[in-house]
Design a protein around this ligand. Structure first.
Ligand SMILES: CC(C)(COP(=O)(O)OP(=O)(O)OC[C@H]1O[C@@H](n2cnc3c(N)ncnc32)[C@H](O)[C@@H]1OP(=O)(O)O)[C@@H](O)C(=O)NCCC(=O)NCCS
Length: 225
């Protein structure tokens, strides 16, 4: 009898990373609705815009619908030429935000860019730093990354503070368009050798051993040339 587990057909759906109370997990439809509601309750103050696409403007339902539409769109984009892996962040089983990573030409470059958000009520408690560390362990140890990159608008100190605390190197500032204006955007780079230097002290932030699930099957998809 054929298996009914979605990850048997779509290995990305079996991806999970856990360290103590913190979990990153493939976003199925039940988790997606919870995360959409978290986003609808607010991610930042109205006079801020941390994202290049201003999907967080609108009513709570409009913002929640944007999360559904975006996640349904990227969920299918998991291949070796291009992949997007958006994982739900749960603390003690409670959905609090999304930690994503994406790459192009992975089998050649092995470079992934991360992006993330937390519901406003969950920010400023160290979760953003811990979820980045857990994603980096998944990328470097689980998927064999050679480098990770990140970026943030210059008026988003919290995101830049996460990158610097983890040990990324500053990698220049470029103007990016945002809501009709050119805005300074800082880039950060974490080469594998640097990660190996800072890995232990970062894993210590997690306060528990890391468990990765589903990486071998996903690698077979991403590494296919
Ligand atoms: C960016 C984000 C994921 C960080 O998560 P977080 O849980 O709030 O961050 P942490 O609690 O781990 O704190 C990270 C660092 O930011 C610092 N920080 C937080 N707010 C800050 C502020 N307004 N100014 C300066 N530093 C700030 C903290 O002191 C901490 O630095 P430290 O480790 O050197 O003490 C979260 O704030 C968020 O979702 N923001 C809105 C969406 C967003 O900006 N996404 C990223 C787009 S690039």
């Amino acid at each position: 009898m054929p298996s009914h587990a979605v990850e048997d057909l779509w290995p990305a759906a079996g991806i999970r990373a856990r360290a103590g109370d913190l979990e990153l997990r493939w976003i199925d439809d039940d988790l997606l609705v919870d995360l959409a509601r978290v986003a609808g309750r607010g991610i930042h103050d109205a006079d801020r815009m941390p994202f290049a696409t201003p999907w967080t403007r609108g009513t709570p339902d409009e913002v929640a619908r944007s999360v559904l539409a975006y996640q349904w769109d990227v969920r299918s984009q998991v291949g070796s030429a291009r992949w997007v892996l958006e994982l739900g962040v749960l603390v003690d089983g409670v959905p609090v935000g999304v930690q994503g990573a994406s790459a192009k030409e992975w089998s050649v470059l092995r470079s992934a860019e991360t992006g993330s958000w937390l519901g406003k009520e969950h920010q400023g408690r160290g979760i953003g730093t811990r979820m980045r560390v857990l994603m980096l362990e998944l990328l470097f140890d689980g998927l064999g990354a050679q480098e990770a990159t990140s970026g943030a608008f210059a008026d988003n100190p919290a995101s830049a503070a996460v990158s610097r605390a983890v040990g990324y190197l500053d990698n220049g500032v470029l103007s990016h368009p945002r809501e009709g204006a050119a805005v300074a955007h800082r880039n950060f780079l974490l080469p594998r050798e640097r990660w190996l230097e800072v890995r232990e002290r970062n894993l210590a932030r997690l306060g528990a051993d890391v468990e990765l699930f589903g990486t071998e099957r996903l690698r077979a998809v991403l590494d296919a040339s």
